[in-house]
Ligand binder design. Structure first.
Ligand code: 15L
Length: 262
């Protein structure tokens, strides 16, 4: 698995992979929504809206796997999420079937389970408890991954990403942080692990205060995180928690208290 399509290559976390996967020996075929200047040497392979099957065909032609980061990544009105996170994902999975793409690494999110309380320590098989339309769209995305493995033999690793940041900046991140280095390690493992079928894994570093139990899922794909948000705890604990008291009670943090009408 060395030729990888990367959708959403222009996004905040897409740019990290666009720059670093080639250093691991991958040939990266970036997909972007509109023309964008990518890290040196990388030209977009596909430009446009992934609801368009022709754009998907250009992106997936000749690749072994797709890392799918494109889509809406925050809480937004339902109609936007249906377009970007549901309808586009159908085109992606149909494109994977057409082109014989073996695996999709799907950027899911902790917000699919964000209404669980912060006192819970969750395994990947926990109940979905989406904290908004965005979380609901990720729950649906995991569902389509499950279905395309069971029904059509397209593999999926659904990575429930926590807070992928250069460093944690607030109290919640002591539990949810995914360092950039661990993010690259995790995506590499998600692409290379043999015979995953359909798997869910938490996208987090080795945080002492993690909300999520990655002991089995991460090991199953060979992911050993190296960073721990606790390194930053002394500084962060001196700062006021920016979340309001309700948001502090739930794993999804500020998403829980957003109330966008459909
Ligand atoms: C996400 O899913 C978002 O895409 C990102 O912007 C962060 O809000 C992150 O979750 C988080 O929970 O910190």
């Amino acid at each position: 698995m060395s030729i990888i399509a990367l959708s959403g290559a222009e996004g905040q976390i897409g740019q990290i992979l666009a720059a670093r996967l080639p250093l691991l020996g991958y040939t990266v075929r970036p997909g972007v929504f509109r023309e964008y200047s990518l890290p040196e040497g990388l030209q977009p392979s596909a430009v446009g809206d992934l609801r368009d099957a022709a754009v998907v065909d250009t992106l997936l032609e000749g690749v072994h796997a797709l890392i799918h980061l494109a889509g809406t990544s925050v809480e937004r009105p339902l109609t936007e999420l249906i377009d970007n996170n549901l309808l586009a994902l159908v085109q992606i999975y149909e494109g994977a079937r057409r082109h014989g793409v073996r695996r999709i690494v799907f950027a899911s999110s902790n917000h699919a389970v964000g209404m669980h309380g912060v006192g819970r320590y969750l395994r990947p098989g926990c109940d979905f408890r989406p904290d908004g339309w965005y979380g609901l769209s990720k729950m649906w995305g995991e569902g389509i991954g499950r279905m395309y493995w069971d029904k059509h033999g397209v593999e999926t690793v659904a990575v429930r990403i926590g807070s992928c940041l250069a460093q944690p900046t607030e109290f919640r991140h002591l539990s949810t942080w995914l360092s950039h280095d661990d993010f690259v390690r995790l995506m590499d493992c998600a692409v290379q692990a043999p015979d995953v079928g359909f798997q869910v894994v938490w996208g987090i570093s080795a945080n002492t205060r993690s909300y999520w139990d990655n002991s089995e899922a991460a090991r199953a794909i060979g992911y050993w995180p190296q960073d721990n948000a606790e390194t930053y705890a002394a500084d962060l604990l001196l700062q006021p928690n920016p979340l309001d008291p309700v948001a502090q009670r739930y794993q999804g943090g500020s998403f829980v208290t957003q109330d966008i009408r459909p």
